[in-house]
Design a protein around this ligand. Structure first.
Ligand code: NAD
Length: 429
């Protein structure tokens, strides 16, 4: 017999203990004095406006019924509907989603997108689920969320271990419920159902646009720089090829199975073929293989963190030999590591600015879906570049004017935008 305590542990194991939540709150508290906003407004920013915990039951292929805990957190709705990804991962919790939703709020505000932040996910191990199980999980999750998501309420997108197919299932489930095709309910969909060209590449391309702009400000030339990229998924894989397209040399990459390195630069097309066939970098021939931790500590000019959170910590920050760190992932550097890198004079291009290319093109996708009018690839790439460069310049200039790290400057830019909207609208009732 299942005891109540077992269910409690299953439903809510330390829901407010995610390290990302502690990082997000510590960052907010660090930035608030510099943001100089009203204390009552600041108090409103500390809490997510809505948080939903749902239990998602599905039939497994074995015939057994399993129930998965799942979440959707909406941090702020003052600027418009909320926007944020959905991740499938064994560590998903309420507080992890709350942290990521808060970061989405800052990210959208920095990019001046008319959105607040949200995030959701299902606690599961996606690598152990079949395609059929993933589809049933996604569809039931979408149905459970139908009262809180919507094109004018909250618009999901892909994140870790979710992709275009996941979004197509979400779009179809929602559309079946409302009785007509509603492509504007999610972004990151296949082009055949209203997705946008260049959405797939947007986050990785945006990371490189920001890195290139930072190099210019530092008087470096991106072409010829030696780069290491952690993560070879939707963000890291694209960032690595965009770096090579601009003449940089990618000497190392890593995925969940470990890292590979070659002083001469990696043949990314060959690596991509290998991972598509074999499922991971494991066994890729003709290069040195090393652990993820060891790869992060190799000398390079730019270290792109594009896998998962908490990768540079107080333990390894002193051994990072990169000259610049670019955060493609959300929360890859802990608060303590940030301080150590800062003392060592290593600039960190912060996640809430650097990986905002995805949500920016998601915004373009939503606008196109609402208008039923679609733009071309070059149009989207140049609109993205314009928005990323404008946001980068505002953050960089503020960091110089107010002598802040790039992360603090980015937070201050985001917090001030949201606070201005909260103050203008006032507090209901
Ligand atoms: P993904 O699932 O496509 O790729 C994740 C990559 O990280 C994979 O290559 C995986 O093998 C690797 N990885 C997993 N565990 C690892 C480990 N322990 N060490 C090294 N590598 C490991 O996910 P993604 O969409 O590329 O997201 C990566 C990060 O970027 C996440 O933090 C996500 O929140 C963030 N992000 C994604 C987007 C987007 O548009 N996809 C936008 C903004 C931020």
């Amino acid at each position: 017999m299942t005891k109540a305590a077992d269910i409690a542990v299953e439903i809510a194991p330390l829901e407010w203990e995610a390290s990302l939540w502690h990082t997000a709150i510590a960052q907010l508290e660090q930035a608030l004095p510099a943001a100089g906003i009203d204390p009552g407004t600041a108090e409103r920013l500390r809490y997510p406006e809505h948080a939903v915990l749902v239990s998602v039951p599905i039939h497994m292929d074995s015939g057994e019924t399993k129930v998965f805990p799942a979440y959707r957190v909406q941090h702020s709705r003052v600027l418009g509907p909320t926007k944020g990804g959905v991740r499938y991962d064994p560590h998903v919790s309420l507080s992890e989603c709350a942290a990521l939703a808060m970061w989405m709020t800052w990210k959208c505000a920095i990019l001046r997108l008319p959105y607040g932040g949200a995030k959701g996910g299902i606690r599961c191990n996606p690598r152990e689920l079949s395609r059929g199980e993933l589809e049933r999980l996604t569809r039931r999750f979408t149905a459970e969320l139908s009262s809180v998501i919507g094109p004018q309420e909250d618009i999901p997108a892909p994140d870790m271990a979710t992709d275009e197919q996941t979004m197509a299932w979400m779009m179809d489930t929602y559309s079946m419920q409302v009785g007509h095709a509603t492509p504007e309910i999610v972004t990151g969909k296949p082009i055949s159902v209203g997705g946008s060209v260049f959405r797939h590449e947007a986050t990785g391309a945006g990371v490189v646009m920001v890195a290139e702009r930072a190099c210019k400000r530092l008087g470096w030339e991106l072409a010829g720089l030696r780069c290491i990229v952690q993560g070879f998924g939707k963000v890291g894989g694209v960032a690595a090829s965009e770096l090579v397209e601009r003449g940089a040399i990618v000497t190392g990459i890593a995925d969940y199975s470990g890292g590979i390195h070659s002083d001469d630069g990696l043949d990314l097309a060959a690596v991509a073929r290998w991972t598509a066939e074999q499922g991971s970098l494991d066994g890729f021939p003709g290069v040195s293989h090393l652990t993820n931790a060891a790869l992060l500590e190799l000398p390079c000019d730019v270290l792109v963190l594009a896998a998962l959170e908490g990768q540079v910590t107080a333990q390894n920050a002193g051994r990072i030999q990169a000259r610049m760190v670019a955060e493609g992932a959300n929360g890859p550097t802990t608060v303590e590591a940030d301080a150590i890198l800062g003392e060592r004079g290593i600039p960190v291009l912060p996640d809430i600015l650097t990986n905002a290319g995805g949500v920016t093109v998601s915004y373009f996708e939503w606008v196109q879906d609402l208008g039923r009018l679609f733009w071309g690839r070059e149009d989207i790439r140049s609109r993205l570049a314009e928005k990323m460069c404008d946001a980068f310049d505002r953050v960089w200039d503020l960091s110089e004017q107010e002598r802040l790290t790039l992360r603090s400057a980015a937070l201050v830019v985001g917090i001030r935008e949201v606070a201005a909207a909260l103050d203008a609208r006032g507090l209901f009732p």
